[in-house]
Design a protein around this ligand. Structure first.
Ligand SMILES: Nc1ncnc2c1ncn2[C@@H]1O[C@H](COP(=O)(O)OP(=O)(O)OP(=O)(O)O)[C@@H](O)[C@H]1O
Ligand SMILES: [Mg+2]
Length: 241
């Protein structure tokens, strides 16, 4: 009996599927009679599973780009496609769903709630998903274990080091099992050893398939990326080598 192999990829030459596809993206801010062009025509594809850093001078448009990638904002013109969703055209409800399920955020200042324990802070990341209490407890424990803080679930932020606080913030971002983690200067408030601690956590998450997009002024962070971008006057350049 002859078997026909149907498992073969029909298009082996196809490029890896881009997670993000940005085309001719502009974002202008209007303030009274002044117009600021924060993004001035960005074309960019980002592959799933990549570790990408974005560097560049202050005011270059880095946070503006991150907000578009995070479905927190819409472009003035152009398209920002994440998976099958065009963020420029999606409804507010669709953007809310994308943020709740597909995107984790980490900020320079950790943004933890000081009166809640590490576990309770991480649980906040599950709020929009409507899971049962049992599922939530398991997910929180898993996320804290992922960042090496299984034994700190009951500590409040004030009882943790800066690096540990940032790891709690990362656990809060990944507890929903997003496809992409967006970070704006995640090591900006940390000394060198804590920075390395955070880098190790981020790299292990990337090795498991999470896409990492990190805005950083720290060239030690950028050196570890698969792909380095520079954003200056609203325009992106690839400076990987
Ligand atoms: N909400 C806003 N209203 C008006 N202008 C804005 C707004 N947000 C950003 N801008 C302007 O857009 C430009 C890009 O700002 P953005 O915050 O993206 O820069 P950045 O690269 O993140 O800078 P930094 O390194 O200082 O964080 C700047 O000229 C800034 O003043
Ligand atoms: Mg910024």
């Amino acid at each position: 009996m002859t078997m026909i192999d149907t498992t073969e990829d029909p298009s082996p030459d196809a490029a890896p599927r881009a997670l993000y596809r940005l085309r001719a993206v502009t974002r202008t801010y209007r303030q009274k009679d002044r117009v600021v062009k924060a993004l001035a025509g960005v074309d960019l594809d980002i592959d799933a599973g990549a570790f990408v850093t974005i560097q560049g001078p202050t005011g270059g448009g880095k946070s503006t780009l991150l907000q578009l990638l995070g479905a927190l904002d819409r472009p003035t013109a152009g398209s920002v496609v994440l998976g099958g969703t065009d963020i420029a055209k999606a409804t507010d409800a669709e953007l809310g769903r994308v943020r709740a399920t597909e995107i984790g955020f980490v900020f320079q200042g950790f943004n933890l709630i000081p009166t809640l324990t590490a576990g309770e802070n991480v649980d906040m990341g599950l709020e929009p998903l409507g899971l049962s209490k049992t599922d939530r407890r398991a997910r929180v424990a898993e996320a804290l274990a992922h960042v090496g803080l299984a034994d700190r679930a009951d500590h409040r932020p004030g009882e943790l080091s800066g690096g540990q606080q940032q790891r709690v913030a990362i656990a809060r971002a990944i507890v929903k099992r997003p496809r992409v983690l967006l970070a704006d200067e995640p090591t900006g408030n940390l000394d060198e050893s804590m920075r390395d601690e955070i880098l190790a956590v981020l790299e292990s998450l990337c090795a498991e398939g999470l896409t990492l997009i990190v805005v950083t002024h720290d060239s030690a962070v950028a050196r570890r990326a698969d792909r380095r971008l520079r954003l200056e006057r609203g325009t992106v350049r690839d400076i990987t080598r």
